[in-house]
Design a protein around this ligand. Structure first.
Ligand SMILES: C[S@@+](CC[C@H](N)C(=O)[O-])C[C@H]1O[C@@H](n2cnc3c(N)ncnc32)[C@H](O)[C@@H]1O
Length: 275
């Protein structure tokens, strides 16, 4: 599922612990951050909230609801583009990311735009905030598919959210894991089991160490983990590929986007329905 291959690696599908995932993905995002921002920064917009490669914006989707005067946390905030947009809408957004280099880009854009996103280095599985600190927590392709201990990450989100608070996140659409991660025609033929939850693992040829990990869960797994932590699901968006949008992002492309969803966006609320 990777959209980058920074060094010579061997690919495996096998279980990986939370600490192994973190110790691989932090340095991987540090190495990749400059290329990620120079390749995708313009599409993301310095002050812009897109939910994924289809280009669906939060302004169009409205998954977070009105963020004005809300305390908002972005987990896996990268260079903080989404949080910066939230700030321009009157929300008090803060960012958290595992990668120091991504956060340096965030700081660079803060200074360039004058819209500052206070940010902290940390992991989704141990949020450094008091219980009930936020009205909204979100991730745009941030963190969740990079953690092994998803249960802990969702528990942490529930802990820092106030009752009734909103939770929204985008991930690679789980059905994409059935296909080769290729933007062309060969990415349209199912070759892998949808139910194979073994993570995608890159192992660095030179060191023999795990250098990058992505974790796969089925749609049912996502529903279950949200329900287990007291969330009510309010939305599941599967953005269509816009007519004439010819940008390729890793395995996302017009060729595949015409047939299969590439992104899933979950919206949820902390607490029972109707409360
Ligand atoms: C695909 S980028 C998305 C960043 C940003 N939301 C965007 O749209 O550009 C994924 C981000 O998740 C971060 N990340 C990976 N594992 C994480 C973890 N365990 N906790 C917090 N952030 C993590 C990476 O450092 C990276 O910045």
């Amino acid at each position: 599922m990777s959209d980058h291959r920074p060094q010579r690696v061997r690919v495996e599908r096998r279980p990986v612990s939370e600490s192994e995932s973190r110790h691989a993905n932090g340095p991987d995002w540090d190495r990749y951050a400059d290329e990620y921002q120079s390749t995708h920064g313009e599409f993301l917009g310095d002050i812009g909230f897109v939910w994924g490669p289809e280009g669906l914006t939060e302004e169009e989707a409205g998954v977070l609801g009105d963020v004005r005067d809300r305390d908002v946390l972005e987990v896996g905030s990268g260079a903080g583009q989404c949080s910066r947009w939230v700030r321009t809408q009157g929300g008090r957004a803060v960012g958290l990311d595992l990668s120091h280099r991504q956060l340096q880009h965030s700081r660079r854009i803060d200074l360039e735009t004058g819209v500052v996103v206070p940010s902290v280095r940390g992991t989704a599985t141990a949020l450094p905030f008091a219980d009930g600190s936020f009205d909204v927590v979100f991730s745009s392709f941030g963190a969740l598919q990079f953690v092994s201990d998803l249960d802990r990450a969702v528990a942490e989100t529930a802990r820092v959210l106030r009752p009734g608070g909103r939770y929204a996140f985008s991930i690679t659409h789980p059905t994409r894991w059935m296909f080769p991660d290729h933007p062309g025609e060969e990415g349209l033929t199912a070759t892998q089991s949808y139910w194979d939850r073994r993570p995608y693992v890159e192992i660095d040829d030179a060191s023999g160490e795990v250098s990058y990990v992505e974790h796969h869960r089925t749609l049912g797994d996502w529903v279950r983990v949200l329900a287990d932590h007291g969330f009510t699901i309010t939305d599941l968006l599967e953005p269509t590929w816009p007519e004439g949008h010819d940008r390729v992002w890793g395995g996302w492309s017009e060729v595949r986007g015409r047939f299969t969803p590439g992104t899933a966006i979950f919206g949820a609320r902390r607490g029972p329905a109707g409360v």
